[in-house]
Design a protein around this ligand. Structure first.
Ligand code: ASP
Length: 269
């Protein structure tokens, strides 16, 4: 065989091997070396059509480089999804200029395509059980998880934060819809409680802490990440930190308030 023929045969074989590897991995499967980039907020993170000044910086850091953001607004009442999408489009432009489109505009296949093509995913708040039920029913739960594990920046506020944890257990929501199971995205190894009252609101703070401690007495193997309003925890580059507001980590028999900027090893998946 001539040198040219040998080289082109080698090129063909290595291209074929690369294509087999991509095929085996699947389009949305984890790329080698990709680390999940996950942001959770306790809710109340918007002021009108903008993110609150205290969360703008971390939203910019997380989503600023995203060009096409998929919005998952199943938790919002259907009559309010268009308005919520419009608010988030404005807010997202302010932090980086990405175009944002909600899945609710598309049919089932179109929604899956958007999740596959988007380079960022944001899950909004509202009714947690409606959101989880819809993610399960449509198969979007597995797809979002796959994209997040491939390193696509994902974020969730309130109900969206709840489903970013391992399972639904400490939501403040009523079960207004049935779900196949309480298992959620599992992007953070915790159960999440959003809208956690601040200690300055002593009575509400104590009641909430008591409810979470009670939950953990029955579920001692779980950890609960409680997020105050406009609090943000971000997992990025293999480290999780409180980036804005107040948050607490509850474990059976002990709990602590997180310190802004300090790594929280318990939140590493
Ligand atoms: N209903 C809340 C929200 O998404 C979720 C919760 O409080 O658990 O705003």
């Amino acid at each position: 065989m001539s040198t040219d023929a040998l080289l082109s045969r080698r090129a063909f074989l290595s291209a074929a091997a690369a294509s087999v590897a991509v095929h085996a991995r699947g389009a949305g499967a984890p790329a080698a070396g990709a680390a999940p980039s996950v942001l959770v907020s306790g809710g109340a993170m918007m002021r009108g059509a903008r993110f609150a000044p205290s969360v703008e910086e971390v939203m910019r850091a997380h989503f600023g480089a995203v060009r096409r953001l998929a919005l998952v607004l199943h938790a919002t009442h259907p009559e309010e999804r268009d308005a919520m999408e419009a608010r988030l489009q404005v807010a997202c432009r302010e932090v980086g200029g990405s175009t944002a489109e909600s899945l609710h505009r598309r049919d089932a296949e179109g929604a899956r395509a958007l999740l596959r093509e988007a380079d960022g995913i944001f899950i909004g708040g509202g009714e947690t059980f409606v959101l989880l039920g819809e993610l399960q029913r449509t198969g979007q739960l597995a797809l979002i998880r796959e994209r997040a594990l491939a390193g696509v920046p994902c974020g969730g506020s309130s109900a969206g934060a709840n489903v970013s944890g391992r399972r639904i257990g400490t939501t403040n929501d009523f079960p207004v819809a049935d779900v196949a199971s309480r298992e959620a995205l599992g992007l953070l190894p915790v159960t999440i409680n959003p809208h956690h009252p601040a200690p300055t609101n002593d009575a509400d703070f104590r009641v909430r802490a008591g409810k979470i401690r009670g939950y953990l007495r029955f579920n001692p193997g779980e950890r609960v990440l409680a997020l105050g309003d406009a609090a943000v925890v971000r997992l990025h580059g293999g480290t999780a930190r409180l980036a804005a507001g107040q948050a607490w980590l509850y474990e059976a028999g002990r709990d602590r308030e997180l310190v802004a900027g300090e790594p929280v090893p318990e939140l590493i998946p």
